[in-house]
Ligand binder design. Structure first.
Ligand code: UTP
Length: 307
């Protein structure tokens, strides 16, 4: 039987987090530090992503890392020196914060070597994932923890089999920054059937304003396709090109559906979005929010008056 067409769809337990990109949009901060380690308030962006995987029931996490990515591995490991210093001080609150990230999930790592594109990064996960469907969460794409998306995608995959991608409606002048999907409605208002995918199209070539965002639940048939996928846009092996092959031939890996996301999402690899993520999440924090909101209100009022 074709893997994606099985009636009892295997349970999804593995998450793959590609985090081996160069992060050139954030230079010079990312010269020696992975962009995924940049703090969003007081937690590195990548910790939110791992927490999201764990909240959706995926506690086997494979991170695809590259050069300069040691801090990622260290962050999810124990830090005995820091722990014993905090223990001696009796600082249980901060000790818990240090231990939080190392206790989250079973972490695995694979190195990508050359960053040949997102499709190539996903292919590096093939030996770990094996023949099960799996989730992919981009390490620089932050979905607000109050707007769960991945669990809904997993439910849709368990219902239909095949693969599921996440879509978000964007303004027509923004679509050239994303992959764009041709879609057909289904009985569920937040679920569409994918009819075609194009990576970063010119606005006049975009099949819709539905942009692909950084969450995927994929049938393992994608690995064989990625092995044969030639470099595409930007000279990189594009995941969107491989997904288009899945869409073109349902017999290979089952259907491809999209879940339309209407919640809050931040691309922490983009400087403007990164700043918005920090302000928004800081405003809503119980400990920091009240003071920060008062200051922000005063600051914005003064700024407006000066214009
Ligand atoms: P981006 O498109 O944001 O590329 O990658 P980038 O190289 O990281 O950043 P810029 O554009 O130069 O600033 C999307 C996701 O795919 C991962 C990145 O780490 C990020 O999570 N990625 C990208 C890889 O793991 N390997 C690659 O070869 C490319």
């Amino acid at each position: 039987m074709v893997s994606g067409m099985s009636q009892s769809h295997p349970r999804i337990s593995k998450a793959v987090i590609p985090a081996a990109g160069l992060g050139t949009r954030f230079l010079p901060a990312t010269k020696a530090t992975p962009k995924e380690m940049l703090p969003v308030v007081d937690k590195p962006a990548i910790q939110y992503v791992v927490e999201e995987a764990v909240s959706a029931g995926l506690d086997d996490v494979l991170m695809v890392t590259g050069r300069n990515k040691r801090p990622l591995e260290d962050h999810f490991d124990r830090n005995y020196e820091l722990e014993s210093a905090l223990q001696k001080k009796g600082d249980a609150g901060r000790l818990a914060k240090v231990q939080e990230s190392s206790d989250l999930a079973t972490m695995h790592y694979v190195r990508q070597g050359d960053p040949k594109g997102l499709g190539h990064a996903v292919l590096c996960a093939a030996p770990h994932v094996g023949h099960e469907p799996f989730a992919v969460l981009l390490g620089d794409d932050l979905i607000d923890p109050r707007d769960p998306l991945l669990q809904r995608m997993i439910d849709v995959q368990q219902q239909h089999g095949g693969s599921v991608i996440a879509l978000m409606e964007v303004a027509p002048e923004q679509i050239h920054l994303y992959g764009s999907a041709a879609v057909e409605a289904t009985a569920d208002s937040d679920v569409v059937k994918i009819g075609g995918l194009v990576e970063k199209p010119a606005p006049e070539d975009a099949p819709s304003n539905y942009a692909i965002i950084g969450r995927y639940v994929l049938d393992p048939a994608v690995f064989d396709i990625l092995r044969k996928t030639e470099p595409g846009r930007g000279g990189e092996i594009q995941l969107t090109d491989a997904l288009q092959q899945l869409v073109a031939d349902e017999k290979v890996g089952g259907p491809v559906h999209g879940v339309v996301f209407k919640g809050r999402r931040y691309d922490t690899g983009d400087r403007g979005d990164y700043l918005r993520a920090i302000v928004r999440l800081a405003c809503e924090r119980e400990d920091l929010g009240p003071d920060f909101r008062t200051w922000l209100h005063r600051y914005v009022t003064e700024e407006m008056q000066q214009r």
